[in-house]
Design a protein around this ligand. Structure first.
Ligand SMILES: Cc1cc2nc3c(=O)[nH]c(=O)nc-3n(C[C@H](O)[C@H](O)[C@H](O)COP(=O)(O)OP(=O)(O)OC[C@H]3O[C@@H](n4cnc5c(N)ncnc54)[C@H](O)[C@@H]3O)c2cc1C
Length: 408
């Protein structure tokens, strides 16, 4: 059986950052990363943005050049999937191989949630999670005109924006009564709905699909519950992810929606950490609620926390969440978590396509969504961190820089 002092399962954002941090902090033990994709770690956000749009090739989205891992003595065990973890004898099983570990970092992200209706397995129904998903779509784009996007979250909206750039006719179906309902307030949702419609997307909210009509293995239409038939040449499904935690939970790790971790990213199993999209943690910015965050920020910061702990340093995870989304010429940057807000303030004018939505709870600024408003994003961050109650008239006045806003 081979053995590594630190074995990282999952060669994505969090896994890559864990290996990078280990070597940056001078860890001299053996390190390996096992990943079930064939490629070394790459950035996932461009899959629905620059990579899908053809503005960046694959080499430009690698997290590090392919040679980096060998130079840093990180063994890359790619194209292998861990199916079993033995937390007592401390080894994992991938295919026929058993690999022992001193510490295990579980960084497996999530798999796209797929539709369960008839036709969901047609060959032109695609998720957007991996390079292979996007390559498969890109290979077909020249031959198609009509695309149906299921789901009005960030990934569905970003995909719709790229497709309209390519001149495709896009129908976007969202079951809830507004897009981005899970992550943003209504002002932002309505702004993005209007933007997409202005770019020609047939965006429908509060709408329920029934199933997918298939001919010769291919989706030809999406059938709606009200009987409408939407002809389509491709279906893109962006309805969230299911955390990849099966082998760890089977090994006895506590968890439900993700593997539960403490402030050092430790699971309930000895010497096993979990980081990134798959890890559920109590987050200060979610007012202590146990949540999973699906963001590059969280993947990187949790990886750093776990590595610090492995190296004997107690540096609890307490990072402020941030995120971004690019659609058309709009750069959205978010900081904090808006869930649970009881008030919003609009700063700036959406018609000018540069504004921020400020989320307050009990008079305190808890989050900002900034559209083409990078200064608000940068300066608002300190207020989210401080948790102080601020002067609301100044907060809503774009002529007052956020860093100059006084206390209430
Ligand atoms: C299209 C798209 C756009 C996004 N846009 C943004 C954005 O704009 N901003 C932002 O902050 N975040 C964005 N995200 C989210 C961000 O990419 C994720 O939060 C981040 O990738 C999480 O990192 P991770 O390491 O936890 O998981 P991943 O990066 O998904 O890596 C997990 C890896 O583990 C592998 N794996 C899973 N199970 C096993 C197993 N049993 N054995 C071996 N390997 C396994 C997976 O195949 C994968 O390669 C986007 C995500 C997608 C898909």
């Amino acid at each position: 059986m081979s053995y590594y002092d630190v074995l990282i399962v999952g060669a994505g954002h969090a896994g890559a950052q864990a290996a990078i941090s280990l070597r940056q902090l001078g860890f001299e033990g053996s390190v390996a990363m096992i990943g079930d994709e064939k490629d070394p770690p790459y950035e996932r956000p461009p899959l629905s943005k620059e990579y899908f749009a053809g503005d960046k090739n694959f080499d430009r989205i690698l997290i590090r050049p392919a040679a980096f891992w060998g130079e840093r003595k990180v063994d890359m065990l790619l194209g292998k999937r861990v199916k079993h973890v033995d937390p007592t004898a401390k080894f994992v099983t991938a295919g026929d191989e058993e690999i022992g570990y001193g510490s295990l970092i579980w960084a497996t992200g999530g798999s796209p949630r797929m539709l369960t209706c008839n036709g969901a397995d047609a060959s032109n129904v695609h998720a957007v999670r991996r390079r292979d998903d996007v390559d498969a779509m890109m290979a077909k784009l020249d031959q198609i005109d009509h695309v149906t996007v299921i789901g009005g979250g960030y990934i569905g909206l970003e995909a719709a924006a790229v497709l309209t750039k390519f001149g495709k006719k896009v129908v976007l179906l969202e079951a809830l009564d507004r897009v981005l309902a899970r992550v943003a307030g209504e002002d932002l949702s309505r702004f993005y709905e209007a933007e997409h419609r202005a770019h020609g997307v047939d965006l429908r909210t509060g709408t329920k699909m029934d199933c997918i009509e298939v001919r010769d293995g291919k989706a030809t239409a999406v059938l709606m519950q009200d009987g409408e038939r939407i002809e389509t040449d491709m279906v893109i499904v962006g309805i969230g992810i299911v955390p990849e935690t099966g082998p760890l939970i089977a090994a006895g790790a506590a968890g439900g929606n993700g593997v539960d971790v403490d402030e050092y990213c430790r699971t309930s199993l000895p010497d096993i950490y979990a980081v990134g999209d798959c890890a559920a943690h109590a987050n200060r910015f979610a007012r202590g609620a146990q949540i999973r965050l699906e963001s590059v920020q969280n993947a990187n910061d949790q990886a750093k926390t776990a590595v610090a702990h492995i190296m004997g340093k107690e540096d609890p995870y307490d990072a402020v969440p941030w995120f971004w989304s690019n659609q058309y010429d709009l750069k959205l940057q978010t900081v904090g978590l808006s869930t649970g807000h009881d008030q919003t303030l609009l700063r700036g004018d959406p018609a000018a396509r540069s504004f921020s939505v400020l989320y307050l709870k009990g008079g305190k600024l808890i989050a900002l969504d900034c559209v083409n408003a990078v200064k608000d994003y940068v300066q608002g961050r300190a207020h989210v961190l401080s948790g102080a109650a601020l002067d609301q008239a100044q907060l809503a006045d774009p002529s007052v820089p956020l860093k100059e806003v006084g206390l209430a």
